[in-house]
Design a protein around this ligand. Structure first.
Ligand SMILES: [Mg+2]
Length: 411
């Protein structure tokens, strides 16, 4: 039997906006189209706005009638994509079979991950906790033996919840649900099914398959199978859908960085995060880029090719520092900095050995870093830290990553 998770970020756009604007959490708040143009709709709303009966897809005008004090902001899709990509990256810590469904939903096939990470439910609980801790967002997750029921599970209880649908309990949980809750039952199909008295998924499951085939064609057979827990469609792997082009993190520390030593502390932190992610995807980078933003918000980007591909934070950090020394004179303090690893290749691709014999040292360092990955995975980010990160606590951000960024190349 397969174990499939469906993870859905709750109130995604509204939640992401609330990270930068915590004051939105307490008031009715929505992300929506242009109000002045009078054709805007609600794209996402927070829990508070939900209480006024405001619905996603509803015209702004009618939402305003329900709640005149509703705060509406225009969507920032680039920002949402940044977060959603970073969350997807995190999912791929557990399996390489991660299939995106829209921007903020994913299926994960974790059938083969049980020996490493435990049961489907325990993986789901860990993901739920990590999303909260690492991104300040919540997910609802369905755990089941196929994709259709996993999706129903993530819809079943929100926010911040896990629902497991098993071969033993699906009749109790799934069958009482309205038939239109089933994936691919649209408005027209719902109307046809309602007309023959099929109102719940259970009704659908107990209708004759032949009759449904006559009524709805091939679609009818498919829906009948779905309602009875027979969905064999596979979870596509991330590598089939997207190829990771680069991995980067940036941060804005609580105070501006005045000199090289300050930046060194932050670069160490960022290089570790970036390399941890490289290793989790079994990738190495051949290019290191740095991004600098001064306190007057001028920005600069510089990059350097490495002699050989790496996934080691010492090498990435040293390269970033070299770029900084080469290109920045601290005429202005720095507000934020970032590191990006680019020109990625698979880590196990053989490389030409150099005559200098650095490989042995590299190998040792990699073993140390991988041991640290394991400790962090088990005990959390705070459990192990480089001494350099403890030298100046005024620089360390409350939340380590202010803008997790990954760039996906789509086909
Ligand atoms: Mg969602």
């Amino acid at each position: 039997m397969r174990t499939v998770l469906h993870s859905d970020l709750n109130n995604c756009f509204a939640s992401i906006e609330s990270i930068a604007h915590p004051e939105y959490r307490k008031i009715p708040f929505a992300v929506g189209g242009d109000e002045e143009l009078r054709h805007g709709i609600i794209l996402a709303k927070n829990e508070c706005a939900k209480k006024y009966g405001i619905k996603t897809g509803e015209p702004l005008l009618s939402a305003r009638q329900k709640c005149p004090e509703l705060t509406v902001v225009k969507p920032n899709f680039e920002l949402y994509d940044t977060y959603c990509s970073a969350v997807r990256q995190m999912y791929s810590d557990y399996t390489d079979q991660v299939e995106a469904f829209g921007m903020d939903e994913c299926w994960l096939d974790v059938t083969g991950s049980a020996s490493l990470f435990g049961s489907g439910r325990s993986i789901a609980e860990e993901i739920r906790r990590r999303v909260k801790k690492e991104f300040d967002l919540t997910v609802s997750i369905g755990v089941s033996f196929n994709k259709v029921f996993a999706k129903l599970g993530s819809d079943y209880k929100k926010p911040d919840a896990v629902t497991e649908i098993t071969p033993e309990n699906y009749r109790e949980i799934v069958w009482p649900l309205a038939v239109e809750d089933l994936l691919f039952v649209g408005r027209a199909t719902k109307a046809k099914l309602n007309r023959i008295g099929v109102r719940t998924i259970g009704d659908l499951a107990n209708t004759s398959e032949n009759f449904l085939a006559t009524l709805l064609g091939k679609n009818g057979v498919m829906l009948y199978q779905y309602a009875n827990g027979r969905d064999a469609s596979p979870v596509r792997s991330l590598s089939e859908a997207d190829v990771i082009k680069s991995i980067g993190n940036s941060t804005t520390p609580p105070r501006d960085m005045q000199n090289e030593q300050d930046v060194n502390v932050i670069f160490h932190m960022l290089a570790e995060q970036v390399c941890r992610r490289l290793r989790s995807h079994a990738l190495k980078c051949s290019v290191v880029q740095i991004h600098l933003r001064s306190n007057e918000l001028t920005t600069m980007e510089r990059q350097m090719h490495l002699k050989s591909p790496t996934d080691l934070s010492d090498t990435v950090c040293a390269t970033a520092m070299e770029l900084l020394r080469e290109h920045y004179r601290f005429a202005l303090p720095l507000r934020s900095v970032g590191i990006r690893a680019a020109e990625l290749s698979e880590a196990d691709r053989p490389v030409q050995l150099t005559i200098y014999g650095d490989e042995e040292k590299e190998d040792k360092l990699r073993k140390i870093e991988m041991a640290k990955d394991a400790i962090i995975r088990k005990y959390g980010k705070e459990s192990i830290r480089r001494a350099v990160l403890l030298t100046d606590k005024t620089l360390l951000p409350q939340r380590e990553v202010s803008a997790p960024t990954s760039v996906f190349r789509s086909h």
